[in-house]
Ligand binder design. Structure first.
Ligand code: NIG
Length: 424
């Protein structure tokens, strides 16, 4: 018999995401009437509830969660966020509603530059205090792991301060934090006339210090008109890679400059955004096994007319991942349910594929698939009980939060009363 200290029993649909693929449907690993047993923060058994009692022994004091009528999935992995920032940019939202574009607003002094000022003025504790409710909202949507980027400090002290704030967060709330250094988010105003000076600052000071302090796992760069060129991105990310930081990129968001090809060339973990990717970029990513992170809420929020080709990427064999991209400028939303719905409606994924992209695909995009993203024996017991009787309801019931309970490392870290809605 297998010992367990937590049981999740009798889900209408248990989606383990441990199926073989390549289709989203087969990846679901769907067990009707499924149960999960966990011990000390790990999954120790999954299967039909009818077989649980013959296989699993609940230890004294074990907790049982009744999942009848519900769908159980792995916890969502939000593999692209900018949770750490101060200030807000509601005025830019209004300007965009009036027809201005993201790049026009940035050229007028808005955009990332407008968040640098308040973020630099904030202390580490201010940043932590501001991040906590955002992480709480992400958790309430079933997000159990979030990648967080720096990128609004853009000088040595402020970028390091943001990384230190990230390091303080795990002790204060349950969402697992994966830190990324994004000192190449924008050229800060004091270097407006000296781009080379800022690239050198990144390469010679900020990246080496972050790597030495072991405060970041990834190094990211925004390769785009108005941000960094391909050659600058190559220098910055290569330096990070040399020092042990895994490269990833904001790529092909507003224009096609070859950023997804650069991601392939560097062996990046992911290329993110991709609204403007072309066939060559897709091919290069597939060949180099670079994950594609889609952030459809920002495509909507920026009123872009072209959506990232999720369908094509999936069919080309690229690992597709989803993320909220929570940030004050291009995606002011923690609503993971909206992300799922838009991935289906606008990026062309099926419900099963979108779910896969937000769990297993996203875990792969942050190179943590061995521990996260699916519910199989030995993996971390991070899971969500959704008050919906089928996984198809998650994107179908548009932008509604179905999360009833969230389990992180085998502990219930979020719960609320919510009656399951039936699929039929
Ligand atoms: O991922 N595209 C670049 N970075 C963010 C937006 C940052 C901002 O506008 O504050 C993004 O969308």
């Amino acid at each position: 018999m297998i010992d367990a200290d937590l049981l999740i029993r009798g889900a209408a649909e248990l989606c383990t995401m441990a199926g073989p693929g390549p289709s989203g449907e087969s990846m679901l690993g769907l067990v009707a009437g499924g149960s999960v047993a966990c011990l000390q923060g790990q999954v120790v058994w999954t299967g039909p509830d009818s077989q649980l009692e013959g296989a699993v022994r609940a230890l004294p004091g074990a907790r049982t969660l009744d999942a009848s009528g519900c769908t159980v999935t792995p916890g969502f992995v939000d593999c692209h966020t900018h949770v750490l920032f101060a200030g807000e940019r509601g005025d830019e939202f209004s300007q965009r509603c009036g027809g201005a574009t993201y790049l026009e607003i940035a050229k007028r002094g808005g955009g990332i530059g407008a968040t640098i000022r308040p973020t630099r003025a904030a202390s580490r504790d201010d940043l932590v205090r501001l991040a906590l409710p955002r992480l709480g909202r992400l958790l309430s949507f079933g997000i159990t792991t979030a990648e967080l980027k720096t990128g609004y400090g853009l000088d040595r002290a402020s970028e390091l301060c943001c990384l230190e704030a990230m390091a303080a967060l795990p002790a204060l709330q349950p969402v697992e934090i994966v830190p990324t250094l994004l000192c190449a988010h924008s050229i800060p105003p004091e270097f407006a006339k000296d781009r080379e000076g800022y690239v050198r600052l990144c390469v010679e000071e900020i990246i080496p210090e972050a790597a030495k302090a072991k405060l970041a796992r990834f190094c990211d760069a925004f390769v785009e008109e108005g941000a960094f060129t391909v050659e600058e991105g190559r220098r910055i990310l290569s330096r990070g890679k040399e020092l042990g930081l895994i490269p990833r990129l904001h790529a092909d968001q507003m224009s096609q400059m070859g950023a997804s090809r650069l991601a392939a060339e560097l062996g990046a973990a992911s290329a993110d955004h991709l609204e403007s990717i072309d066939e060559g970029g897709i091919e290069a990513m597939a060949k180099a096994k670079v994950a594609a992170v889609l952030v459809p809420v920002s495509t909507l929020f920026l009123r872009q007319s072209v959506w990232a080709p999720g369908r094509k990427l999936w069919d080309a064999g690229v690992t597709v991942a989803l993320a909220t991209n929570l940030n004050p400028g291009s995606a002011m939303s923690e609503n993971a349910a909206l992300t799922l719905s838009l991935a289906c409606l606008m990026n062309g994924l099926s419900a099963a594929e979108a779910l896969c992209a937000f769990t297993r695909g996203a875990a792969r995009a942050i190179r943590m698939e061995e521990r996260l993203g699916s519910l199989c024996v030995g993996k971390q017991a991070d899971l969500v009980i959704h008050a919906a009787s089928s996984h198809t309801h998650l994107p179908y019931h548009l932008a509604i939060n179905h999360t009833r309970q969230v389990v992180k490392r085998g502990k219930v870290v979020y719960e609320r009363e919510l009656a399951p809605c039936a699929a039929a």
